[in-house]
Design a protein around this ligand. Structure first.
Ligand SMILES: Nc1nc2c(ncn2[C@@H]2O[C@H](COP(=O)(O)OP(=O)(O)OP(=O)(O)O)[C@@H](O)[C@H]2O)c(=O)[nH]1
Ligand SMILES: [Mg+2]
Length: 234
């Protein structure tokens, strides 16, 4: 099945060329990468254009403003669904998600999952180089989500995913408005409610070495108030 990896970038100049090289080593003929750049001040967008000129499997979607990860992914999904891609992946560009795990996500989707989640909190998964605060916040987020949404998913806030095209097409993108981690929770929750088959596979999440995190208080607070609302409004 042909896969497209959506790669949102904001100031990832140090990471993007290495990431494209790494993906070139694991993707199959016909697979593609869509870089979704929100006019990064550090020139990641122009760099992406140069990489796309060098590598025929790379496309770039330029957006005018930084509007958060959720908006960037929705724009990317719409673009990918105009192509014939059968699988659509989400992945960070900061090497927290190991490109070497991409074939395992794809394989799980090909074996029949509608949505595959790279999971830190199943047997064999974990985090590396994370301080106590990040570990507590992430675990707390999973427990908080489980408390309200009962999805049976161990790592609902993660952003390393593979959607089957037919599942992604069932999502109403106009109705999915969150920007940060809440976006990840909401897409998974909506597909669960639609009866989709969700499979978690273990990954090790490594803290970024280059560039700066865009995780913010507002991203965190958005998830805190949106998760209970998801439950109440449907
Ligand atoms: N296009 C776009 N990409 C973004 C935006 N915010 C973050 N990203 C990218 O999304 C990916 C994840 O963002 P990070 O800053 O690593 O945030 P995080 O992984 O949630 O948090 P950390 O664990 O602290 O790194 C990276 O590839 C970022 O460059 C945004 O508003 N627009
Ligand atoms: Mg990150």
């Amino acid at each position: 099945m042909r896969a497209t990896v959506c790669l949102p970038t904001y100031d990832e100049r140090e990471n993007l060329p290495r990431m494209i090289d790494a993906l070139a080593g694991v993707l199959r003929p016909g697979d593609r990468v869509l870089v979704i750049d929100d006019s990064s001040p550090d020139g990641t967008g122009e760099l992406a254009d140069r990489l796309a000129a060098e590598h025929s499997f790379v496309d770039v979607l330029h957006r005018e403003r930084k509007e958060g990860l959720g908006r960037a992914y929705v724009a990317g999904f719409r673009r990918v669904l105009e192509t014939d891609a059968e699988l659509v992946l989400e992945m960070d560009c900061d090497f927290s998600h190991d490109p070497a795990d991409v074939p395992r996500l794809i394989a799980a989707a090909e074996e029949g999952a509608d949505l595959v989640l790279g999971s830190r909190y199943v047997r064999g998964g974990g985090t590396r180089n994370w301080g106590l605060l990040r570990r507590v916040v992430s675990r707390g987020g999973s427990l908080y989500t489980a408390l309200f949404l009962h999805m049976g998913v161990n790592d609902p806030t993660g952003g390393f995913k593979c959607f089957r095209r037919a599942a992604l097409e069932r999502l109403d993108f106009d109705a999915i408005t969150p920007r940060g981690y809440a976006f990840q929770i909401e897409t998974t929750y909506r597909l669960k409610r639609l009866g989709c088959r969700i499979v978690e596979i273990p990954i090790t999440f490594v803290d970024r070495e280059l560039g700066r995190s865009k995780m913010s208080r507002s991203v965190f607070l958005e998830a805190v108030w949106r998760v209970p609302l998801l439950r109440l409004h449907r």
